[in-house]
Design a protein. Structure first.
Ligand code: C5P
Length: 219
């Protein structure tokens, strides 16, 4: 049974805290990205962690040269339990982030920071440029031993292939709910180390708690 990750892409702190508290019984991990951090500040990560006790992953899809990636990772992992980066920028850029995570993990081995790398995105446009190179990116994820990869629930056959290629990495997979991914097919591929990511289908629902409960039960 994969775990449930809430993509909390709301633009208001009050709403973010309210939804994360209401759904926390059913949600295993919370993913925060640019929408919420730009609408508030990076400290929102700590405030949500404090209110819910959940792991918070920052989805910044970091995609820069190694020295800039290093700076972004240092700032982010000071608060977050994990960070999402792009793989297409190459192994040196990803390694720069992994090195920062290792430094944090030396100081606090009980709460290891996670580095999660995007392979192929879940939207239609990802088939133009990302899909043709995604298998190689997944292979790099396995070689580098990143903790996890992002792969699409909108394309279960690709999800299966990328998970197999990336080897030991767990998978976090967006696309179920608003993007129309077929959860039944996704559940044939993912296991207990993996996460199904659901955003709008929970936070835009008139009753986010009920929706989170429904997804948790479906998983
Ligand atoms: O609202 P929805 O359930 O579609 O949210 C999906 C989340 O996953 C969003 O936060 C989106 O930015 C993110 N994401 C994605 N595809 C990727 C990586 C992240 O949809 N490959």
């Amino acid at each position: 049974m994969p775990k449930l990750m809430l993509a909390l892409d709301v633009l208001d702190e009050f709403e973010a805290i309210k939804i994360s508290e209401e759904t926390s019984e059913y949600v295993d991990c919370i993913k925060i990205g640019y929408p919420l951090v730009l609408a508030t500040d990076l400290g929102i990560v700590k405030r949500i962690k404090d209110k819910t006790g959940k792991e918070v992953i920052c989805d910044f899809k970091v995609a820069d040269i190694p020295s800039t990636n290093e700076k972004i990772a240092k700032l982010t992992l000071n608060y977050a339990d994990g960070i999402i980066c792009q793989g297409f920028v190459g192994p040196d850029s990803v390694k720069a982030i992994m090195d920062v995570a290792k430094e944090y993990n030396k100081k606090d081995p009980k709460n290891p920071k996670k580095v999660i790398m995007v392979t192929e995105m879940s939207h239609g446009g990802a088939t133009s440029f990302m899909q043709p190179i995604a298998n190689e990116i997944a292979k790099m994820a396995g070689d580098l031993k990143v903790n996890g990869i992002v792969a699409p629930s909108t394309r279960p056959a690709r999800l299966k292939e990328l998970k197999e290629i990336a080897n030991n990495a767990f998978v976090i997979s967006p696309g179920v709910g608003a993007q129309g991914g077929d959860l039944k097919e996704v559940l044939k591929v993912l296991d207990e180390n993996d996460y199904v990511i659901v955003g709008r289908a929970i936070y835009l629902n008139e009753n986010p708690k009920e929706s989170a409960k429904k997804y948790k039960e479906l998983l």
